[in-house]
Write a protein that binds this ligand. Structure first.
Ligand code: DGI
Ligand code: FE
Ligand code: FE
Length: 190
């Protein structure tokens, strides 16, 4: 599917705030790819699609998972918004006809991360956190600078800040968020 068509479809399916965020992530991801010798077009497409399932009702996300045998963990059942990443990856393939496995993984892992992410997965995870429209999280300006210097250091900083935020707000962790953090604390800066 042509990028212009994808963008039009997303504009219809997302609310205006989410659509603006989507464009922010797409162009931030593309700039990070340019900086780190990755493929800017691939990053643009992955960023464009990363939240494609974000504005769908929880019931619909759960129904899609059940129908297509996408496993739902206990924490995802309790916090179905977490499913927008996996469902988004599914829709990117089925409705937007994206078949690049790296792009589909980047969409699926953009909320919790996962151990041993590819460079594109890191770029999408980081771009989602730092796009210009994101409201100021503590340490955001540090992350924005770091992201153009060293993806792994930026990633680790975001993981740290996210876990701290979830802890402070008493929000339950998805085990994958913890697993990702543990992995990058040990292996992140090799
Ligand atoms: O979809 P976006 O808002 O653009 O960004 P996202 O998909 O990264 O989701 C961000 C939210 O996800 C943010 O409020 C923190 C939350 N989050 C990240 N890891 C976890 C989590 N929420 C829960 N309950 N558990 C997690 O492990
Ligand atoms: Fe998201
Ligand atoms: Fe997002």
């Amino acid at each position: 599917m042509e990028l212009k068509k994808i963008r039009k479809k997303l504009e219809k399916e997302l609310d205006s705030k989410r659509f603006e965020h989507t464009l922010g992530v797409a162009y931030t991801a593309s700039a990070l790819a340019m900086c780190h010798q990755a493929d800017p077009e691939k990053a643009l497409l992955a960023g464009m699609l990363h939240d494609c399932a974000k504005c769908m009702s929880n019931d619909k996300k759960i129904a899609i998972c059940e129908k297509h045998h996408i496993p739902i963990s206990d924490i995802e059942r309790q916090n179905p918004f977490l499913l927008h990443a996996k469902v988004g990856s599914y829709l990117a393939k089925k409705e937007f006809h994206v078949h690049d496995g790296d792009i589909l993984n980047a969409i699926a892992s953009h909320t919790t991360g996962r151990p041993a992410m590819s460079q594109l997965e890191k770029i999408i995870y980081i771009a989602d956190y730092m796009e210009p429209g994101r409201k100021q999280a503590p340490g955001l300006s540090v992350v924005r600078k770091l992201a153009f210097q060293n993806l792994d250091r930026a990633l680790l900083q975001i993981l740290k800040d996210t876990l701290e935020y979830l802890q402070d707000m008493d929000i339950p962790f998805d085990p994958m968020t913890q697993t990702t953090y543990d992995y990058y604390v040990t292996n992140g800066l090799s």
